[in-house]
Design a protein around this ligand. Structure first.
Ligand code: MLT
Length: 411
């Protein structure tokens, strides 16, 4: 008898974004005349930068010629990409990494979910709430939780609330946990942690022998050079953190798929007999067994994001999206909405008006302004009373969305 993994049955039936997609499609079917503007899922809309397209094409051409054809590549990534990452993303911050501390992959969503496999089934997990749902859902799938309670929180997960009082960047939990997911700049709130705040998390992790699972998928959106882009800028983090980075939001790769994970060789885990062993070797073992690497053209395309033209062109794209974020903040803030984020991240975290529940506001926004957001409650119980708007869309659609929301909700 093929017994299923019963832990899946603890989860809500659908993942958040497909559920939103389902509601939007139902609305569009019932109102074919409505021009719905999507500021829900954080998916890029600008085409790939020309420097990236050109490198992508040439790499495909190489595969069409016997002399330059390539079969399986190195599972961890080609040296040309590893070196570009080391130089531009870390050496520039004063962080030295070896090539074999970087693992190129097809996405941070997969890596943040898969990483739980290399830790013991008994490891406890901490998350901030609201939270990118992948961390919680993967923890549940891995069997490390009980059922969800009335409040939607799963027994066995340590939740730390991110709220207005702590600027949506909470301190570490009072109790100990073995693994803690931290995302900054944050999805969904758009808040960003300072050096001082990250130093507190690193100190907590070191004191409790925990490992921080640091998701920096949005670091490229940080506009203040004083803010940390990598956990490894914090002293002592090499011994207590794994970092996830992605080309999705930084170079428009949501459809192309390329990311990487940094597992420092100084990071140790503990066996049941108390022996200390490198986590890097476990992740290398996991990836080389279950993953055959990202395709050569995709890695060439990712490396082109670090070329002088690639850097310039992608910087223009990020500033376009952040121009949208500014329009949303100014237009909706001026209309009386209370807003957070949108300065160092492409997400605006909006308090729902008139005390509406977040799904209630989602439905109203769709029905009255034909604008799609993401209900805060979809990111966890502490997201109730908020809605996330994404800055990824065409400028004229964002302007139109602002005007429609102003008309629908200010009178
Ligand atoms: C989001 O909207 O939160 C993101 O698009 C999700 C993701 O990056 O997987």
């Amino acid at each position: 008898m093929a017994r299923i993994n019963e832990h899946y049955r603890k989860l809500r039936a659908g993942y958040l974004f497909p559920e939103i997609g389902r509601r939007v499609r139902a609305f569009e079917a019932a109102h074919p005349e409505a021009h719905v503007i999507r500021l829900g899922i954080g998916d890029v809309t600008l085409p790939l930068a020309p420097a990236i397209v050109s490198a992508f094409r040439s790499a495909v051409d190489e595969l069409g010629v016997e002399a330059t054809f390539k079969g399986y590549g190195p599972e961890q990534g080609y040296d040309f990409l590893l070196d570009a990452i080391r130089e531009h993303d870390f050496a520039a911050l004063g962080v030295a990494l070896d090539r074999d501390e970087i693992f190129v992959s097809d996405g941070s969503k997969c890596d943040t979910g898969n990483v739980l496999e290399i830790f013991g089934a008994g490891c406890s997990v901490a998350v901030t709430d609201p939270v990118y749902p992948v961390y919680v859902d993967s923890t549940v799938m891995s069997g490390r939780t009980g059922e969800a309670g009335e409040d939607g929180r799963f027994a066995g997960i340590h939740y730390v609330s991110a709220n207005e009082a702590n600027g949506f960047v909470p301190d570490p939990p009072a109790e100990r946990a073995d693994l803690a997911f931290l995302c900054t700049p944050n999805n969904p709130t758009g808040a960003v942690a300072t050096h001082e705040k990250l130093a507190r998390w690193v100190a907590w992790a070191r004191a409790s022998d925990a490992i921080l699972l640091f998701d920096a998928a949005y670091e490229a959106y940080i506009s203040d050079p004083a803010l940390p882009r990598s956990i490894f800028e914090i002293e002592g983090a090499r011994e207590c953190a794994i970092e996830f980075r992605s080309f999705s939001k930084r170079a428009g790769f949501t459809g192309v798929r390329c990311a990487y994970t940094v597992v420092p060789k100084d990071l140790l885990g503990t066996t049941s007999s108390g022996e200390r062993v490198p986590v890097n070797a476990l992740w290398a073992r996991r990836q080389s067994t279950k993953f055959n690497g990202v395709s050569y053209p995709v890695q060439r395309a990712a490396a082109a994001a670090y070329s002088p033209e690639g850097l310039k062109q992608t910087a223009e794209q990020l500033s376009y999206y952040m121009g949208n974020a500014r329009l949303l903040r100014e237009g909706l803030g001026g209309a009386g909405f209370t807003l957070f984020g949108g300065v160092h991240a492409p997400y605006i975290w909006m308090r729902t008006p008139r005390g509406l529940g977040s799904w209630e506001f989602f439905d109203k926004l769709l029905a009255e302004a034909h604008v799609v957001g993401t209900p805060g409650a979809g990111f966890g119980p502490a997201g109730e009373g908020y809605l996330r708007l994404s800055a990824f869309n065409a400028r004229e659609k964002v302007e139109e969305a602002v005007a429609r929301i102003q008309r629908a909700f200010t009178a």
